[in-house]
Design a protein around this ligand. Structure first.
Ligand code: PLP
Length: 395
């Protein structure tokens, strides 16, 4: 197969043609500043309002509760830092999970330096938050629970309804980082008692650099970016109108074809998981088998290095991702894989493949064969594997 097979949709997605088409006029024709008073600018203002309505409908809320940001990272920072600031007289304790994205974890670590206390709740071996630990962690000074909707590495979907109920019963605000889940699975902020929700355009075939934070009506959150009067003074700065229009178009498409897309992705995902587990020995699937994003597969292959696997798959035209984050020259295993209890050496041999509705069964077959071949090749060069074979007399 000569073409590239893109299986890294959790990192980012292709912008759909219809999305680009919807954005174009807002670069070339309707380029007015939404804050200007003349008629020419009303098209831009209307486009922003219309986008909020589209997004609000997808979450079962009101357009006025949607605030555009520059992406998921900003939305997470805003939700957590602004809650900390606004509710500090009530308390300085925040609860989150050990498997959050760094946009949440590093924000919490920053707040710890500022005198806040953060409890990081454990997850079980499938990556599901331990609800009993969450309940026990709640204190009179707890002001926020921030738990991601679905994990970006292992795809596990959290028991968001239960977490929302626990937060509500205890009068604590509930924020969820839904960057990986939004547009991929149904979300109703009312039914799930979500007070704040972060999302990002580039994870659902929209443009990069645009996201939003949903803030439930009545929350006294401070503004995050200070300046002009945009976004009702809560997030200043001239709106990214083409980005906003593109994001809303991507949401419209994602909502329209969701059930069809989910069944297609689940079929491909399950085919990938079953075949890889069948043909590659000493392999495990990471993340919950059923409560997982429709497009996520994450494996650990014993006796190999994830980074080498990625490079060799790249040579075969396959784009995937490893669980390891390469920070300043040292390879640290993923905090998510360690939190689900994997030993370092197994966490190091991990591969995340996240597909899209555009992938085909033929591509999955090709990927399974290449993964099997590359793993075998890497193992044949591994002294650890050689030792294991000798000790266990494996053929
Ligand atoms: N949260 C999660 C769960 C993510 O997966 C990501 C991106 O990978 C982010 C936050 C950050 O989003 P953005 O890239 O839009 O800043």
């Amino acid at each position: 197969m000569d073409k590239m097979i893109y299986l890294d949709n959790a990192a980012t997605t292709k912008v759909k043609g219809e999305v680009v088409e919807a954005m174009m006029p807002y670069f070339t024709e309707h380029y007015g500043n939404p804050s200007s008073v003349y008629q020419f600018a009303t098209k831009s203002k209307e486009a922003v309002d219309n986008a909020k309505d589209i997004i609000a409908k997808s979450l079962n809320t009101r357009g006025a509760d949607i605030y555009f940001t520059a992406g998921g990272t900003e939305s997470d920072n805003w939700a957590i830092k602004a809650t900390a600031e606004a509710y500090k007289n009530k308390g300085k304790h925040i609860i989150t999970s050990k498997i959050e994205h760094h946009a949440v974890l590093h924000t919490c670590e920053h707040l710890e330096k500022e005198g806040y206390e953060v409890t990081y709740i454990d997850v079980d071996e499938n990556g599901i938050l331990k609800l009993d630990e969450l309940k026990k962690a709640i204190r009179t000074d707890t002001i926020l629970i921030s738990v991601m909707f679905a994990n970006n590495e292992i795809g596990t979907i959290q028991p968001i309804k239960e977490i929302g109920e626990i937060a509500k019963e205890n009068n604590i605000l509930f924020h969820t980082d839904a960057v990986q889940a939004y547009g991929h699975i149904e979300i109703d902020v009312e039914e799930l008692n979500i007070d704040m929700l972060s999302a990002s355009g580039h994870k659902l075939n929209g443009p990069k650099g645009i996201g939003f934070l949903y803030i439930r009506k009545g929350l006294k959150l401070r503004s995050f970016i200070h300046g002009g009067a945009q976004e009702r003074r809560r997030r200043a700065g001239t709106e990214n109108v083409p980005g906003i229009v593109g994001f809303a178009k991507a949401v419209e498409i994602a909502m329209d074809n969701m059930s069809e897309r989910i069944s297609k992705e689940i079929k491909l995902r399950d085919m990938l998981i079953e075949k890889v587990l069948k043909v590659v020995p000493y392999t495990r699937l990471n993340g919950d088998r059923t409560n997982r994003l429709p497009n996520n597969a994450n494996f650990s292959f014993q006796f190999i290095e994830g980074e080498s696997l990625l490079i060799m798959l790249d040579m075969k035209g396959i784009c995937g991702s490893s669980g390891s984050a390469c920070t300043s020259g040292s390879l640290d295993p993923s905090h998510v894989l360690l939190a689900i209890g994997l030993p370092h050496e197994i966490a190091h041999g991990s591969l995340r493949l996240t597909l899209s509705e555009e992938n085909t069964e033929e591509e999955i077959e090709y990927v399974v064969n290449e993964v099997a071949a590359v793993v075998e090749r890497l193992r044949s060069m591994s002294p650890l594997y050689e030792d294991f074979v000798r000790k266990n007399k494996v053929n």
